[in-house]
Design a protein around this ligand. Structure first.
Ligand SMILES: Cc1cc2nc3c(=O)[nH]c(=O)nc-3n(C[C@H](O)[C@H](O)[C@H](O)COP(=O)(O)O)c2cc1C
Ligand SMILES: [Fe+2]
Ligand SMILES: [Fe+2]
Length: 407
């Protein structure tokens, strides 16, 4: 666990977590950080707690002591968000201290009770404040459904710091550099990509609420953004706000000027056409990602589709339906409410076809509103004329997706 001073009287405690499936699903190839913040006036508050995934808080207590904070001196536990990656240590904390108050929204209060049987809670509403003394005043700003319905921002007036929890967060472990002004250009790119993975995997479903949360952040005079996962922005907090706005557009069909080929093939018939499609994209000098399912992780697959303005789905018919790993991937994308993408499908079949029908069902069931170029299906191996039609489809896709490009 690392300890960093954010400003006078404000410390960050951060730890890298690897080797877990985030939310029990997402393979986080590059880890994730859990950040916690301590604000000291005459009274002391901790905003979100970080512990090991095993729920043992000793490391947290030890690290607090090393920055001169006696854990027993903590008066307030501010729970911005009840998800256990931020709140999991509460019941352990009760064992070492009896007289603290949890501060959270009404929705969170119910969960604090049902998850941890904790009822010494002060419920806060928009604009409520907590004066810690020595100039440190916290205010609270609910941002419901920024992940869970209970979520709020905490804002410190003296230093103009926004503690945003999941909002403005990213996957990716942090090494020495935890502030935006310390990050090298490569690390900056790394966290932008990890931000896309985090947003698309964890947050995309809640895009309408995230857009409201961006607007709410704009009403506060912010000098520092201190999220629950990923780096702290103190040089340019606007950067992560702009990134999040762009990500919200990706969730609604915009994307980078690139294509993702989401594909699968049993015996290589569809693969022949994928190889051909790649040559067309290379000739057209278009950046593309190629994700073969089920070999790729769902996390990487969702991020790639999410960030691309154009999507090529290449998959055969399997038992009168779409090749299952690709169908599962599209269902997952649908559950994340990634809507409005510009797309093109092709694939092989043996006798009846059926993949196309299921593709339409998935789109409709999830209300995805993707804009499709007419699909190309071929019997067995693709012939010259099939490849010609695929080339035409790709060129049409490239033309159409231009309207959706947001860099
Ligand atoms: C398990 C299995 C189920 C299949 N089910 C169908 C089917 O229901 N309808 C159909 O037209 N072809 C079906 N096929 C044939 C494939 O669609 C055909 O072999 C196609 O060329 C496979 O393309 P691929 O090599 O890219 O996987 C099936 C093939 C397999 C192996
Ligand atoms: Fe969360
Ligand atoms: Fe979180």
């Amino acid at each position: 666990m690392k300890k960093l001073k954010i400003a006078d009287g404000i410390h960050m405690l951060t730890m890298n977590v690897d080797d877990i499936l985030f939310e029990g699903i997402w393979e986080i190839a590059n880890g994730v950080t859990l950040n916690s913040y301590i604000v000291q006036g005459e009274k002391t508050a901790i905003i979100d707690g970080v512990i090991g995934w095993d729920g043992v808080p000793e490391t947290l207590y030890k690290n607090m002591e090393e920055i001169g904070v006696d854990p027993k001196s903590i008066d307030y536990l501010i729970v911005n968000h009840m998800e256990p990656d931020h709140s999991g240590w509460i019941s352990n904390f009760r064992k070492i201290k009896d007289d603290f108050t949890v501060i959270c929204t009404e929705k969170a209060a119910r969960m604090v009770k049902t998850f941890y049987d904790e009822d010494r809670v002060r419920i806060v509403k928009e604009g409520d404040t907590l004066d810690l003394g020595r100039g440190k005043v916290l205010s609270f700003h609910p941002v419901p459904n920024v992940h869970w319905p209970d979520t709020m921002y905490t804002y410190e007036r003296d230093t103009k710091t926004l503690f945003s929890c999941d909002m403005f967060g990213a996957f990716g472990r942090m090494n020495e550099h935890c502030f935006d002004d310390e990050l090298t250009p490569e690390e900056m790119d790394f966290f932008e990509f990890e931000g896309i993975r985090y947003y698309s995997n964890v947050m995309a479903t809640f895009t309408p609420s995230l857009k409201k949360a961006i607007e709410k952040a704009k009403t506060l005079d912010i000098r520092i953004i201190a999220p629950g996962h990923g780096p702290v922005y103190r040089k340019n907090p606007q950067k992560i706000m702009n990134d999040y706005y762009r990500f919200s557009q990706y969730a609604e069909g915009a994307g980078k000027n690139e294509v993702t080929i989401l594909w699968g093939s049993m015996y290589g018939m569809t693969k022949k056409a994928v190889d051909f499609a790649e040559r067309v994209l290379q000739r057209e000098k278009v950046k593309y990602n190629k994700l073969e399912m089920p070999q790729e992780s769902e996390s990487a697959m969702i991020a790639a589709v999410f960030e691309s303005a154009g999507v090529i789905i290449a998959a055969p018919t399997y038992e009168y339906k779409l090749f299952p790993p690709v169908a599962a991937a599209l269902n997952e994308i649908g559950r994340k409410r990634i809507t409005g993408k510009t797309a093109f499908r092709f694939g092989s079949y043996g006798w009846s076809g059926g993949a196309e029908k299921e593709l339409k069902e998935i789109m409709e069931r999830n209300n995805m509103k993707w804009d499709f170029i007419e699909s190309v299906e071929f019997e067995g191996a693709p012939r010259e004329e099939d490849l010609k039609r695929i080339e035409t489809g790709i060129l049409e896709l490239l033309k159409k997706m231009k309207e959706k490009v947001v860099e």
